[in-house]
Ligand binder design. Structure first.
Ligand code: IDC
Length: 346
């Protein structure tokens, strides 16, 4: 006869099973969380350089791809330059770059009666928050209705002398010397402007990456490819190409593809997935085609724009009035596409 205290076999198996489950659970909880592939960032990649047409880490020579978000005009939407918003973009979205758009000629712009001191403070704050959040940051001299960047060349030289001196030691600052040359502005004129501004930056920021706009709203990368800047100016320079997926399609992709294949250093410092007015319908089908091409050539890019303006290009819904803490439900179609795209690349 079995002793009275013996536990039946089946009953004995239950605590053993429980224990095993507990052990497996504990192991899963204690093990380090699976890491997403680490994002290219200033902490990992350090200062940037341009080598054989590609953006690379100056330290390791390995390719670096920046993917991020452009602010709207700093004068109009200053509230989004804040630590929490940048942190959200970096940690939740997976953006490793912020572009600070400083309009020159538009209302309130740096060369149009805008408050220079306030605008400079916003640029400084933007660089500070990007740095604190381990992001690269582009200081964008956002020419637009001034068409030809030479219009404000003198002011540009003064501005870039100031910022390049201030940020000479920063490894994460890139300088975009003009946004979108347009109208009748020729590549020759843009080059002449670049030759005036690049040396001013180089005096301080000897090796920082400098972005140079191309004619026709940054679509004529072919013209820059046919006649790049002379070697004396070209070190660590990239040429910008912009697209708006609702307007620009296969023809323009062909142009970008050819430039990349030819080894042109290209940076898409601004793009949208709506039409070129910043409004109109969204084309995610075209946007995905564009992204595929950028991925193929490891081209860096920033999407326009971090604001809640009632326009298709804005990433935040017009009804969302906070300047940070934006969740998925607060994002527009552009915002949701950008969020998913950035997260998919983390
Ligand atoms: C647009 C803004 C819009 C603003 C306008 C100013 O989205 O709210 O009123 O500028 O003129 C660009 C420019 C960029 C434009 C954007 C959309 O670089 O400044 O922003 N765009 O039109 N190039 C192509 C499109």
């Amino acid at each position: 006869m079995a002793p009275a205290f013996e536990i039946p076999r089946r009953a004995r198996a239950v605590p053993a099973l429980l224990l095993a489950v507990l052990i497996v659970l504990a192991a899963a909880l204690l093990a380090p969380a699976p890491q997403a592939a680490a994002l290219d960032s200033p902490a990992r990649c350090g200062a940037l350089a341009v080598k054989d047409g590609a953006l690379v880490s100056a330290k390791t020579g390995k390719p670096v791809v920046l993917r991020g978000v452009s602010t709207h005009g700093l004068a109009w939407y200053p509230q989004y330059v804040n630590d929490a918003a940048f942190k959200k973009l970096r940690t939740d979205w997976g953006a490793n770059c912020i572009r600070l758009a400083l309009y020159t000629e538009e209302y309130g712009g740096y060369c149009a009666g805008g408050d220079k001191r306030e605008l400079m403070k916003l640029v400084d704050a933007g660089v500070r928050y990007a740095t604190a959040n381990d992001m690269y940051v582009i200081i964008d001299w956002h020419t637009l209705s001034d068409g030809n960047p030479n219009t404000h060349a003198k002011a540009a030289r003064k501005f870039f002398a100031t910022v390049a001196k201030k940020y000479a030691k920063h490894k994460n600052v890139l300088y975009e010397i003009c946004n979108e040359p347009n109208g009748s502005t020729t590549w020759k004129q843009v080059k002449s402007y670049a030759k005036k501004v690049i040396p001013v930056i180089r005096k301080h920021a000897k090796r920082a990456v400098i972005l140079v706009g191309t004619p026709e709203w940054c679509q004529r990368i072919d013209q820059a490819a046919a006649s790049p800047l002379p070697a004396k100016y070209a070190a660590n320079v990239m040429y910008t190409f912009h697209f708006y997926a609702g307007t620009h399609k296969a023809d323009l992709r062909k142009r970008l593809n050819a430039a990349c294949k030819a080894g042109m250093p290209v940076f898409v410092s601004e793009y949208g997935i709506c039409d070129a007015s910043g409004n109109g319908g969204i084309s995610t089908a075209q946007a995905n085609k564009w992204m595929k091409l950028l991925d193929k050539h490891h081209v860096s890019s920033c999407i326009w724009n971090l604001s809640n303006k009632a326009e298709s290009a804005a990433l935040l819904k017009p009804g969302f009035s906070k300047a940070s803490g934006f969740g998925y439900k607060n994002l527009t179609k552009s915002g949701r596409w950008a969020y998913k795209m950035l997260r998919a690349h983390r």
